[in-house]
Design a protein around this ligand. Structure first.
Ligand code: F0G
Length: 458
């Protein structure tokens, strides 16, 4: 008798793209040329690409069909109105400002709301989000719960805001907090969700202080899945309803449509305030494009409009998070150290536990990402001291407690067999971990150094 029935993806594959397996010598050469930075590898040298889930999703037949309807008018494109309607219906905000991708929206909202000397609290930083806040003159303050910084904590909502910490920031900085920056899910914590109860409490606290809440909605469908699974009162509630309820607790959102909304490029800023929207539209024409395209082509906006609807289907999101979990559970079964609970968009290896002999000053997560590639051509990403960058005030490296390697799963792209190969790679590298040496940085760019920095083995 079968004890358990398996689930499968709610789609079948209509088009395939070949990938190339390389030899160990080819991979060593490629890694040296890339300065031991996986961002600098050429994609042709990568076998399974788990660098990011950003812009790497497989689009559906419906998205491709919609792209043929793209209205490429400079002004007043029909495609914009279709995307605007989808955003209003699904996320509930009144006004939609299209941008070329998520950081375009972060740039506009930061410039609009932040004055030099301001303080922006948030549930852990994200690289581009914090940088735009800092460039606008703010200091970012992390107010996420302590459990988020502990890779082994099994807290079900590690994305929650520590309300006491947030209240302290609000009380100590009257008139200097333009908004609270809340992400769902929290990428740098390992794709960890924030609960609805916590979001409601953040809303109540900020209302009392007259402070806005701006949501980073990039992976909100994945966040809603965890709420449906774990939070009392949400069992059996449709993902779409949970997403709408969460957005209703905020004043606006920034969105990278390259993640949850299943598009290869695109994003938007959405707001309820009419006056603020007009100011944002005015900044938009300087930095992105006219307010009815904002850096996207008409066909891009069509893909986003359809992708938004698909991203909120319950069977889609269950299979998406289910695949990530399949990979993580396989590794956990072999004793490979990773962030728990397993998050929504990828597996985050705990490089400090993986390579205890490599000091953090020698970039253990960067070294581990290089080792995974050298073993079998799997591309991952450092999320540790390199990503954290330098403190703008002291100029010293920020030493985050989390030193992670992210294996990010693109949506609807890879099969269970790819997940098996990935887990086996992690095991092979784990078994040979004592051979892995740290790195030294040979080139450091000024901003977001993880994208372009170069290294060599020590
Ligand atoms: N917010 C979050 C939580 C993100 O993960 C990203 C991008 C952005 C904002 C910025 O959006 O790339 O469209 O400008 N994350 C990518 C990643 C780069 O790989 O995690 P963008």
């Amino acid at each position: 008798m079968l004890q358990k029935r398996s689930w499968a993806e709610p789609f079948r594959i209509k088009m395939v793209e070949s990938v190339r397996m390389t030899s160990p010598e080819e991979r060593l050469r490629a890694m040296e040329e890339a300065g031991y930075n996986t961002f600098l590898l050429r994609s042709r040298d990568v076998y399974i690409d788990l660098l990011t889930d950003s812009g790497t999703s497989a689009m559906s037949d419906r998205q491709w069909a919609a792209m043929m309807l793209g209205d490429e008018a400079y002004a007043g494109s029909e495609s914009f109105y279709r995307m605007e309607e989808a955003v209003q219906r699904r996320y509930g905000y009144k006004h939609v400002i299209p941008t070329h991708q998520g950081r375009g929206a972060e740039h506009i909202i930061s410039k609009l709301l932040i004055r030099p000397g301001d303080v922006v609290p948030g549930n852990m930083y994200f690289t581009t989000t914090r940088l735009h806040q800092e460039l606008a003159g703010a200091r970012f303050v992390d107010v996420i719960i302590g459990e988020a910084h502990d890779p082994a904590s099994l807290h079900p909502f590690k994305g929650d805001v520590d309300l006491a910490k947030l209240e302290q920031v609000l009380v100590e900085n009257p008139g200097k907090v333009p908004y609270v920056s809340v992400a769902a899910t929290v990428n740098m914590a390992g794709g960890q969700p924030i609960s609805m109860a916590n979001m409601r409490a953040v809303r109540e606290l900020t209302s009392r202080h007259g402070v806005r809440v701006i949501l980073d909605a990039t992976r909100i469908a994945e966040n809603a899945f965890f709420i449906q699974e774990r939070e009392a009162g949400y069992e059996g509630r449709p993902i779409a309803e949970i997403v709408l309820e969460m957005c209703n607790l905020t004043d606006g959102c920034t969105m990278s449509a390259k993640k949850d909304p299943l598009a290869n490029i695109g994003g938007f800023l959405a707001l309820n305030d009419r006056e603020l929207t007009e100011l944002a539209q005015n900044l938009l024409v300087i930095y992105e494009g006219l307010h009815t395209y904002g850096g996207m082509s008409g066909r891009d906006m069509e893909a986003v409009a359809v992708g938004i609807d698909e991203s909120l289907q319950d069977d889609h999101i269950r299979a998406r998070v289910g695949q990530v979990r399949y990979l993580g559970e396989k590794m956990l079964g072999w004793g490979i150290p990773l962030v728990q609970p397993i998050g929504g968009h990828g597996i985050f290896l705990d490089a400090k536990a993986f390579l205890p002999h490599v000091p953090q000053a020698q970039y253990p997560a960067q070294a581990l990402a290089a080792a995974l590639y050298l073993d079998s051509g799997i591309r991952s990403m450092e999320r540790g001291v390199v990503s954290a960058g330098r403190d703008p005030e002291t100029g010293l490296d920020r030493m985050p407690r989390l030193e992670l390697v992210r294996l990010t799963i693109p949506r609807r792209v890879y099969t269970q067999a790819h997940m098996d190969v990935t887990a086996e790679t992690a095991l092979a590298v784990f078994e040979g971990r004592e051979q892995i040496r740290g790195l030294r940085m040979t080139y450091e760019p000024k901003h977001l150094r993880f994208f372009q920095a170069r290294f060599e083995p020590v």
